[in-house]
Design a protein around this ligand. Structure first.
Ligand code: ADP
Length: 684
């Protein structure tokens, strides 16, 4: 495995394809030429066999002829020696001529070559009938001259002897001198027909499939014997027939058929092997094509993988079990700023480890390579160093590298450069802080608004108690009865206590609102629902009296305590009661009445845990549809003096307790606001 290998140029595959084709063409032409050479060699071998056989046949024919000629000479000698009387000679000569078809005529001549006796072959008409024997005298004389000189048989040159039938035969004279007691007695002359020599003296097996002929040295054919021509390829063998007085060439021609496809076993073998070779070549070619296709598929897969690797933004690195880096992808190189060559093969400490953390990393790697702890699947964070020395945080996800045999060969790690993520987190943290600062400022405003809203009531109550007290004090001056004085003093004291209560309440409200706005959980306490109503009732009554509203409270018997931030829940009840009374006042309802009710809540989800439902009902004008939409929006109000914070505060407080606040129209007129609060578990 190697990353960032030189990109495969498109020229190279084309060049290698050309080379492959050249090699194939070379191989095929080599094989073809080898085959041609083999077939040619086989043919040549066959030809040389034929030639050798022909040479042998020629030599055989030659020795046949020589032996026969020698035997003939002996026959002639015997004829002369044994048959001196002309009659006996005739008889014997005729017998000899009958036995020797090659002889046309035998003559007995005296020492001056004058004829003494003669005999012609019985197989032909007299051979010299046409030419006349005298015309051949020169040839006879020439042969006998040589014979006398060598004291043995001698032959004349051959000559053409015309025949009565219009044809002619090539003949040659044999002259055998007859010497008795060292004196020449005469000659035996025999006339040979050359073609009959070939027909009679050469073994028939030699002439069966080939031509035998006598030619002169210049190639002129004298006589011929043999089969008719077959085939078109001719093999020729020539050997000299060296006779005393005459030299001829014995020539043998052999015909072979056109070069056969399977001239013999060798050629057949060579052809079979060639076919096998070609078949193997075809199979090899097929196999090579299959390999080529597989190679192409592999190249495609590799290109695909490379494209995939190059497009990855995740750094990839593989290490073997010794911790040496065996693979890095381009994204990893880009991340750390090193070239693949600077990383591959390197073991620990890696060049991208910050020196100050190298020890820690080394320990981590030792643990990993020892295979004791599998790396966490979700990855772990680390710090790497770029080549320029700058550090950056990375998220590393490691997995074992398993080869095709299922054996672990190392570790594959994926790296994510999380410096950007860190920067964004830092930014968001800073902006969060800024937001919180802004929120604190907003809180101050919200608190001021809520305080002014919630403190209205206690302040108004204080103001009205104070006014009442002043009125009572003024009345002291006019006091005429002592009993009245003591009654007034008691009233003033009550008014003062109420003022003190409201002042204390105002303090509590300030604290509760403060806690509420800062979203700080206040200690919640179990409170009996009746207590809650009792606490707010003086304030409700104060306003109710002013507006002429009849207030009624209704509590189910045996209600458990609710767990709540008491002051805030009291504020909720106060706000709802005040809204109800104001609504009836604004609509100038004739008999305004307010019903505050507490009972056990029922409904889905309510049964499991105990809940109490508080409701505040009026007989006012109800809430118009357009107002309903924005009822809980802070600062939404339909009143000239309103702040629009009451209901929004109510809902938040109720929801903080886990309950919910809702409203619905009341029949025949008015509105009911309901909210729930959880019951104290301990008491339940
Ligand atoms: P404020 O009382 O300061 O206007 P609230 O949030 O308490 O603010 O009330 C918002 C509006 O809801 C009121 O202005 C009023 O129009 C309407 N509203 C509240 N309670 C009732 C009710 N019982 N009957 C009719 N309208 C109501």
């Amino acid at each position: 495995m190697r990353a960032a290998a030189a990109p495969v140029s498109p020229v190279r595959p084309r060049a290698s394809a050309r080379l492959r084709w050249t090699l194939w063409v070379l191989l095929i032409s080599l094989v073809a030429s080898l085959l041609v050479t083999l077939v040619w060699l086989a043919g040549r071998y066959e030809a040389s066999q034929v030639q050798t056989k022909l040479e042998r046949d020629t030599a055989d024919a030659l020795s046949d002829i020589r032996a026969a000629l020698t035997r003939n000479v002996q026959s002639l000698q015997a004829l002369h020696a044994r048959h001196r009387s002309p009659a006996a000679w005739d008889e014997e000569a005729t017998r000899l001529l009958r036995d020797h078809r090659e002889w046309l005529r035998i003559e007995w001549r005296d020492a001056s070559l004058a004829p003494v006796n003669d005999a012609d072959t019985p197989y032909r008409p007299p051979p010299f009938a046409r030419l006349g024997r005298g015309n051949a005298q020169a040839d006879v004389a020439q042969a006998c001259a040589v014979a006398r000189r060598v004291s043995g048989p001698a032959y004349s040159n051959s000559y053409f002897l015309p025949q009565p039938d219009g044809l002619g035969i090539e003949v040659m004279e044999l002259c055998l001198p007859q010497v008795s007691a060292g004196e020449l007695q005469g000659y035996m002359v025999a006339t040979y027909s050359l073609s009959d020599i070939l027909a009679g003296l050469v073994g028939p097996q030699l002439t069966r499939s080939q031509d035998v002929s006598f030619t002169e040295a210049d190639g002129t054919r004298l006589a011929m014997q043999g089969s008719t021509r077959r085939g078109n390829r001719v093999f020729t063998s020539q050997q000299l027939l060296d006779l005393p007085g005459n030299t001829m060439v014995l020539r043998m021609d052999s015909w072979r058929g056109a070069p056969d496809l399977f001239p013999n076993v060798l050629t057949a073998l060579v052809t079979t092997m060639s076919i096998a070779l070609v078949a193997v070549l075809v199979l090899l070619n097929k196999d090579a094509r299959r390999r080529l296709r597989a190679e192409e598929d592999l190249a495609d897969a590799l290109a695909f993988r490379k494209a995939m690797e190059d497009s990855l933004v995740t750094g990839l690195r593989a290490r073997d079990l010794e911790g040496r880096i065996t693979y890095v992808n381009p994204a990893f190189c880009q991340m750390v700023g090193f070239e693949p060559e600077e990383l591959l093969g390197y073991a620990m400490p890696a060049p991208y480890w910050p020196p100050e953390l190298a020890d820690e990393y080394q320990k981590r790697q030792d643990v990993r390579l020892a295979g004791q702890h599998a790396p966490p699947r979700e990855g772990f964070e680390s710090v790497f160093m770029r080549k320029d020395g700058s550090r950056f945080p990375v998220l590393i996800i490691e997995a074992p590298l398993i080869n095709h045999e299922g054996v672990q060969t190392g570790w594959m790690s994926a790296f994510l450069d999380i410096s950007e993520q860190r920067r964004v987190e830092e930014l968001s943290r800073a902006s969060q802080e800024r937001l919180q600062a802004t929120a604190r400022l907003a809180t101050v405003g919200e608190m001021a608004s809520l305080l002014s809203h919630e403190l209205n009531q206690p302040l108004a109550a204080i103001a009205s108690y104070a006014t009442g007290s002043i009125n009572l004090l003024n009345a002291v001056d006019d006091a005429d009865r002592p009993g009245d004085a003591s009654e007034r003093a008691a009233d003033i004291e009550l008014a003062m206590r109420r003022i003190a209560e409201q002042a204390e309440r105002a303090g509590k409200v300030i604290k509760s609102v403060h806690d509420f706005v800062r979203r700080r959980d206040k200690e919640r306490e179990p409170v009996a629902p009746a207590k809650l109503l009792d606490t707010i009732m003086p304030l409700v009554q104060l306003q109710a009296r002013k507006l002429g509203v009849r207030v009624e409270t209704r509590l189910e018997s045996g209600l458990p305590a609710v767990v709540c931030d008491r002051t805030m829940v009291e504020q909720v009840l106060l706000n709802l009661a005040r809204n109800a009374m104001q609504a009836m006042d604004h609509a100038s309802v004739r008999e305004p009445s307010l019903l505050m009710e507490v009972r056990r809540a029922s409904g889905p989800g309510m049964a499991a845990k105990g809940w109490l439902e508080f409701s505040v009902a009026d007989v006012g004008p109800g809430i118009p549809d357009d107002v309903k939409q924005q009822l809980f929006t802070p600062f939404f109000t339909t009143k000239a003096e309103g702040m629009g914070l009451g209901l929004s505060l109510c809902r938040t407080v109720v929801e903080q307790h886990g309950g919910f606040l809702a409203f619905e129209p009341r029949l025949p007129a008015g509105t009911i606001f309901r909210f729930t609060l959880p019951v104290d578990d301990a008491l339940n």
